[in-house]
Design a protein around this ligand. Structure first.
Ligand code: ACK
Length: 307
């Protein structure tokens, strides 16, 4: 990849419904960064539809980003304009006018990514005898795990309904807002499949192999059913409080293992019922995997039963 000029593009049409002038953002800190992008925490003044000050997260590109990263960020912006669901991250505005970096403004989720949240709560859980009851308030209960699974299913059922395939569903891409509300995020890889049922992947750098369905690995086929496979991996991440899937298995060997029927074993604290759901999500045949609507129902009933 050849380094390019910093991204301050003016090739995109400004959308007056969402455009915010850069002067209305006060950047406070960097929440995290990847290879080509970063997420900033900022305070925004008078966002479209929200007068006054709002704490927000801002997605932007680093100087080494190229036109494909710019395209990804802009396509994420376009997709976010179309979505509206309590369990999907909400777009608040954007700065795309010439004369500065591109900023995509999204709601701030005070508890960070679900994966980091689960991992942060590990020690608290394992040392629960040694700590006082004040700290135990922060524990993750089996009910929380079910509630997360239910909320993520609801967000995904919505995305399925509007014909969006996420393609990178993983605990790292789910954000947690205060009140433990799950928000599906990171639409960078998402493609609108409205005209074409299965998006054929362009050759790209990093692919989340351990979250991918066999048909995505072999034929670059992405559908809501391949999202269901990834959701099965998210369930495994939930019950293991943010472990990395297929520990000890090299990504190069995974496809053949999966094709020969290998699946991750039941984590020791995982109920038979939940493990059964995971395995249904990991059906070799996409049509045999449950739908997200079915999963919403299933988790709703499990929550009601207190199981
Ligand atoms: O686990 P974290 O604290 O939560 O670290 C990552 C980091 O930025 C890089 O993605 C955090 N992050 C991303 N989007 C948001 C958001 N909308 N609200 C709060 N934190 C965010 C994420």
């Amino acid at each position: 990849r050849t380094p390019v000029e910093p991204i301050t593009s003016n090739q995109y049409e400004i959308d007056p419904k969402w455009e915010v002038s850069r002067g209305r953002l006060m950047v406070e800190e960097c929440l995290g960064e990847g290879e080509f992008g970063r997420v900033l925490k900022a305070t925004a003044r008078d966002l479209p539809g929200s007068p006054g000050f709002t704490t927000v997260a801002v997605k932007t590109l680093k100087d080494n980003a190229g036109s494909s990263e710019l395209d990804d960020l802009m396509s994420e912006y376009q997709l976010l304009k179309e979505v509206s669901h309590p369990n999907v991250i909400k777009l608040l505005g954007a700065c795309t006018a010439p004369g500065g970096p591109i900023y995509i403004i999204i709601e701030f989720c005070g508890l960070g990514s679900l994966r980091a949240y689960l991992r942060r709560h590990r020690n608290i859980n394992s040392n629960s005898e040694a700590i006082n009851s004040f700290q135990k308030v922060n524990d993750i209960s089996p009910r929380d795990i079910l509630s997360f699974a239910w909320q993520i299913s609801k967000g995904m059922a919505y995305l399925t309904e509007i014909k969006l395939v996420h393609r990178d569903l993983a605990a790292r891409n789910i954000l947690l807002a205060t009140g433990k509300v799950c928000k599906i995020s990171d639409f960078g890889l998402t493609r609108d499949v409205y005209e074409d049922d299965t998006y054929l992947k362009k050759s790209r750098g990093r692919v989340p192999v351990k979250w991918m369905a066999p048909e995505s690995l072999s034929d670059h086929i992405y559908t809501s059913k391949s999202d269901v496979w990834s959701f099965g991996i998210v369930l495994w991440e939930l019950v293991t409080l943010g472990s990395s899937p297929y520990p000890g298995i090299a990504v190069q060997n995974l496809y053949h293992l999966l094709k020969s029927g290998y699946r991750m074993q039941r984590p020791h604290n995982c109920s038979e019922q939940l493990y059964e759901i995971m395995n249904e999500c990991w059906s070799g045949s996409p049509s045999e995997r449950p739908s997200f609507t079915y999963l919403v129902d299933k988790f709703e009933r499990m929550l009601e039963d207190g199981s």
